[in-house]
Design a protein around this ligand. Structure first.
Ligand code: NAD
Ligand code: ZN
Length: 380
């Protein structure tokens, strides 16, 4: 089958690889209809991880069940399904408590709990930027979607970015009527803004410097804040009569940069502890990673990141972090799409065939104007 394969820093290729197949009794194989390129894929693409060459990329997958193993009972061949990026067993202590992002069984990598498709340090699983994908523990992991092709661009956000944005808001402790500041207007930040509005925030600010992304934040009912026009903390303090916001969401990660383009991994965490009120909460879904000695390039080599912990402590704020447990939210978010109340698909900027993945990666990585969310359709 054809698949997008990592070949070294800033190099992916569309190549023939062995077909995905049922390997364990509770596996399913999915024929991929849509698979997205994610901001998280760029950590590998840019060589900031020790991901092995030859890895098939892609953790944002949906499609049609092609084959099931003899142990699969609920899922049937022909079902249209969303595949959460987390690969979870369903029965370990963390899965039982809904923390499928920290499954204790599926990732053999020492010191890391939680597995994902096509990702560095997240287990030996190939990704779905391919014609077919093997899904372990299929009955537990797969989410059934309405048959047909309707809402494809909305449902494809259910595997990662919509639940991840929602999780960022959950981690912040937001309640209806709260004000929220989301840092980052990439797909994850935009989904956090969508989530905060849907959950009843009274006002949502979204901070970025990319005009096209800030415009999308406005379409979700949020107030754009352009950090290239001045300190975002000051701008939000002015807009809130000096009070700041009740909740903050970090949707940038360690590659946070200032208005000159220089990277400062602590910048957004510092902004958040300043702009969130005392006793408020912060949800961090932007990725910060521990040292990865095998990384090809500098960047995420240092996991120890300083931020203004003194202000965080003095203000008595709370902070939640980590990979999102997609299964905790995806069923409800699917039903919000079906009901017409959620429209995550409006962030889609490009739909490409699998063969165009090389161009898709390069242009999304360069953050070319308008390249917000790129979908690949292997069958097209
Ligand atoms: P992205 O790279 O498309 O978006 C990041 C945005 O942050 C960009 O638009 C950039 O301009 C902006 N930005 C940079 N510096 C900033 C600053 N100082 N202030 C405000 N905005 C700034 O990525 P994405 O796909 O939206 O993902 C965002 C982060 O979430 C990444 O770190 C990604 O790895 C992570 N992620 C986490 C999970 C999870 O489960 N926790 C899941 C998916 C993605
Ligand atoms: Zn993703």
């Amino acid at each position: 089958m054809k698949a997008v394969v990592y070949q070294g820093p800033r190099t992916v290729e569309v190549k023939d690889v062995p077909d995905a197949r049922v390997e364990q009794p509770n596996d399913a194989v999915i024929r991929i209809t849509t698979t997205n390129i994610c901001g998280s894929d760029l950590h590998m693409y840019e060589g900031r991880t020790a991901v092995e060459e030859g890895k098939v990329l892609g953790h944002e997958n949906m499609g049609i069940v092609e084959e099931v193993g003899p142990g699969v009972e609920r899922v049937k061949v022909g079902d249209r399904v969303s595949v959460p990026f987390n690969i979870a067993c369903g029965s370990c202590r963390n899965c039982e408590h809904g923390w499928t992002s920290f499954c204790l069984r599926t990732n053999p990598t020492e010191g890391v709990d939680g597995a994902a498709y096509g990702y560095a340090n997240m287990g030996p699983y190939d990704g779905g930027q391919a014609e077919f994908l093997r899904v372990p523990h299929a009955d537990f992991n797969l989410l059934e979607l309405p048959q047909g092709t309707e809402h494809e661009n909305d449902f494809t956000m259910l595997s990662d970015v919509f639940p991840t944005g929602w999780h960022g808001v959950e981690l912040s402790g937001m309640a209806p009527g709260d004000t929220v500041a989301v840092f980052g207007a990439g797909p994850v930040g935009l989904m956090a803004a969508h989530a905060a509005v849907l959950k009843g925030a009274s006002q949502v600010f979204v901070v970025d410097e990319e005009a096209d992304r800030l415009a999308l934040a406005g379409r979700f009912g949020a107030t754009p804040v352009d950090f290239s026009a001045g300190d975002p903390v000051q701008q939000i303090l002015e807009a809130t009569g000096g009070q700041g916001v009740d909740r903050g969401v970090e949707a940038v990660g360690y590659q946070a940069h200032d208005h000159t383009g220089e990277e400062h991994p602590e910048l957004v965490l510092d902004n958040l502890v300043q702009v969130v009120r005392s006793a408020g909460g912060i949800g961090v879904v932007g990725v910060y990673v521990p040292q990865d000695p095998g990384a090809a390039t500098e960047g995420a080599k240092e996991g120890r990141i300083g931020f203004d912990y003194g202000t965080f402590f003095t203000k008595g704020q709370q902070m939640g972090t980590g990979q999102a447990p997609v299964k905790r939210y995806n069923r409800q978010l699917r039903d919000l799409v079906v009901a017409g109340r959620a429209t995550p698909g409006i962030i889609v900027s490009h739909e490409l065939g699998l063969e165009q993945a090389v161009e898709g990666y390069a242009r999304f990585d360069a953050r070319e104007d308008g390249w917000t969310k790129v979908l690949l359709h292997p069958g097209a």
